[in-house]
Structures are given as structure tokens and as C-alpha cells.
Ligand binder design. Structure first.
Ligand code: ATP
Length: 350
């Protein structure tokens, strides 16, 4: 039976990088069936909506969704264009956002004295609640009493399950260490609650070591000593911010793939590069497709094809180590599509 994949290229560089990910997937010789979704801010300009009202129902039958990026401020406000992304994460209960950061050989690292593979961390970001719930409101617009309230909402169930996922992930890795990120000195309800649950969950994982770190210290240490992290677990907002730093220290936004997982498999999971639609380089063939290609590898792994996932990663590794074909973010002059072709060529040797 074929794997049913929804391709959701979206906006900006999204379609360019998703095309390359598909090129690699097609070369694997696996039974893959696609449906392309043309939901983006161009649709918003025409219809007033970035996706059909029943977008979740339309995607429900798929095994997985491969997303490019959403958003183009020229056509739609960012908080509108991002809605289907947040809608999928919540509606499909994709409560784990996995964001690995691995420094490959051949990639320039902006941090001194770091060798290839020294940086090898995975950030497990809570993806359905925390600071990104849509609770809150705006009141008394235009008056001196004007106010806005944005609620952070942490549940025992939501917090515990993400912590368990982080500890389980650590168990599969060599260093078996979890760093839990909070800001419990200033946010004394939600974050102290998170810390307490972390200690509770940790008792079930005596083989995994644990440290706590405040998010400001983590931001500093992601730059100062990124090699010291193994598994990092963080709330929705903190994980979002820290993974942009993690992407930069492994070479840039073009290298960071991610997975939005519903571990129960009741709903489809979604795979996307960490980067956004990069309007500054969209349409110019300058986007690095590696983040999308690595996201496709995570998708194949989740679909139960670890061999295919390993092959894609190996091909990326060979491509980067050789370093002949490079997009401008790596100081090269090659196009998005030439990078895709080169990685596809390396699949045979992988
Ligand atoms: P979002 O908020 O949607 O995540 P963002 O505002 O963080 O997006 P990005 O679209 O991720 O912004 O772009 C940030 C910077 O990284 C831009 O300068 C962009 O050109 C660069 N960038 C993003 N993706 C890539 C890529 N695939 N290849 C090369 N450069 C990229």
C-alpha cells in the first residue's frame, strides 16, 4: 500500500524547497502517493482565506503532511497566514515538535572551536498549549483603558506527556541527558508547575540525567556551548525561540528540519523546515532545500521507513562534506534545484 502524503508548499520559498524534498523522496523507489494543496496567501488575496474552512478534514485521511512555509506579509497579516499551521498542530494533536540540530561536516559553524558532529542536540518543544493557546482578548480599543491579555495555559496532561517524550528520546541517545528550560524565577505559576512535573517524571527515568536551565541562560549557552546539550525540552514559545538559535549555530536556517508528531497516530503528523517563507530570497532560487529534505527524512522515519530516512541523511552528509554544490547561504552560487539534484545523485552512494 502506498503512503499517502499531503504536500503543502505554502508561501515564499516553501514551494521551492518542497519541490526538492519531493525530488529526493521520488528517487527512493517507495510507493508514495501525493496530493498537492495550493493553500497559501495567494488564495487569501483571492478568497479572504488562506485555506478552505474544512482544511483539517481534507488532510485527515493522509498518512503525513509535508509543509514548506506559511506567510507573506504582502498578501496577508502573519497572524492570519499562520493559522492553518497552529490549527494543524492543535487539531491533529501534534503535541511533540522535534527539532534536531546536528552540525554536519562541510558546514561553516559560526562558533569557534567546534568540530563537525560536536553539536548534536534535539529540542523537544511542546506544541499544543503553553504560550500559544489562543486565550485572551483585547478590550476598550482606542480608549485610555485599552488592554490586551494573552493567556499562557499549561495542563498536567500536556506538560507531562511532552516531558515523558523528552525522557524517552534521551533514552535512545548516547548521552542520555535532558535539559528542561523554564523561567521559574519570574513565572512562578506555570513554570514552577513545569519544574515540579519534571522532577516527578524524572523519577521514572533513573537512567537519564536531568538539569534545569532558565531560558535566558539557555539562549546564552546555545551560543556559548551548544555542544553541551543533548535533549532539550521546552514550552511552545521558549522552544520556538531557542530553535532559531540552534539552527544558526549548525550553519543557518537552511539546515534545520522538524517534525510535528502525534505519537498516538490517531491523526496525521506534519513535517516542515524550521525556517519561514523567507520573502527576502523567495523566487530567486537561493533557498537552501536541506532543511526541507531533512524534514522529509524525519517523515519517512515516522512512517516506518528508517532505511529510507537513513539513506536521505547519508546523501545529505555526502553532499555537504563534498561541498561542491552550494546555495548562497553557504557562500556558493548554485540554485535550490541544483542542490536537490546533487543530493539525489548522492543517494546511490548512500
Ligand atoms: P517565521 O517567523 O515564519 O519562522 P522568520 O521571520 O523567522 O519566519 P525566515 O523566513 O525563517 O524568517 O527567514 C529568516 C532569515 O533566514 C532570512 O534572512 C531568510 O532569507 C533566511 N532563510 C530562511 N530560510 C532559508 C533557506 N531555506 N535558505 C537560505 N536562507 C534562508
Amino acid at each position: 500500500m502506498a503512503y499517502k502524503i499531503a504536500l503543502y508548499p505554502g508561501d515564499g520559498v516553501g514551494p521551492e524547497v518542497v519541490a526538492e524534498a519531493r525530488k529526493i523522496l521520488d528517487a527512493l523507489g517507495l510507493p508514495l502517493e501525493y496530493r498537492a494543496l495550493d493553500w497559501n496567501t495567494t488564495l487569501y488575496a483571492k478568497t479572504g482565506a488562506c485555506a478552505p474552512a474544512d482544511y483539517l478534514e481534507q488532510m485527515r485521511p493522509f498518512d503525513a503532511i509535508l509543509l514548506g512555509a506559511l506567510g507573506d506579509a504582502k498578501n496577508a497579516p502573519d497572524h492570519v497566514s499562520i493559522e492553518p499551521l497552529l490549527g494543524m498542530r492543535k487539531g491533529f494533536d501534534q503535541y511533540v515538535n522535534i527539532r534536531p540540530a546536528l552540525l554536519y561536516e562541510g558546514v561553516d559553524c559560526p562558533i569557534r572551536n567546534v568540530k563537525p558532529y560536536d553539536i548534536d542536540m534535539v529540542v523537544i518543544r511542546e506544541n499544543t498549549e503553553g504560550e500559544y493557546t489562543t486565550m485572551g482578548g483585547r478590550h476598550y480599543a482606542g480608549t485610555p483603558h485599552e488592554a490586551a491579555m494573552q493567556v499562557s495555559y499549561f495542563t498536567r496532561m500536556g506538560t507531562e506527556r511532552i516531558l515523558r517524550y523528552a525522557f524517552e528520546t534521551a533514552r535512545t541517545r548516547k548521552r542520555k541527558h535532558v535539559t528542561s528550560i523554564t523561567k521559574s524565577n519570574a513565572l512562578k505559576y506555570a513554570m514552577v508547575f513545569w519544574d515540579g512535573l519534571t522532577e516527578e517524571v524524572a523519577k521514572d527515568y533513573p537512567d537519564v540525567s536531568l538539569s534545569h536551565m532558565l531560558v535566558d541562560a539557555a539562549a546564552m549557552n546555545f551560543v556559548r556551548t551548544p555542544q553541551s546539550f543533548d535533549v532539550v525540552v521546552a514550552s511552545n514559545l521558549f522552544g520556538d525561540i531557542l530553535t532559531d538559535i540552534a539552527a544558526i549555530v549548525i550553519g543557518g536556517m537552511g539546515f534545520a528540519g522538524s517534525a510535528n508528531i502525534n505519537p498516538t497516530r490517531e491523526f496525521p503528523s506534519m513535517f516542515e523546515p524550521v525556517h519561514g517563507s523567507a520573502p527576502d530570497i523567495a523566487g530567486s532560487g537561493k533557498a537552501n532545500p536541506i532543511a526541507a529534505v531533512l524534514s522529509a527524512a524525519m517523515m519517512m522515519e515516522f512512517l516506518g521507513e528508517p532505511g529510507a530516512a537513513g539513506k536521505i541523511r547519508k546523501a545529505v552528509q555526502l553532499h555537504l562534506a563534498e561541498g561542491k554544490v552550494r546555495t548562497p547561504d553557504r557562500g556558493g552560487k548554485n540554485t535550490t534545484s541544483e542542490v536537490g539534484d546533487d543530493i539525489r545523485g548522492k543517494l546511490e552512494k548512500a
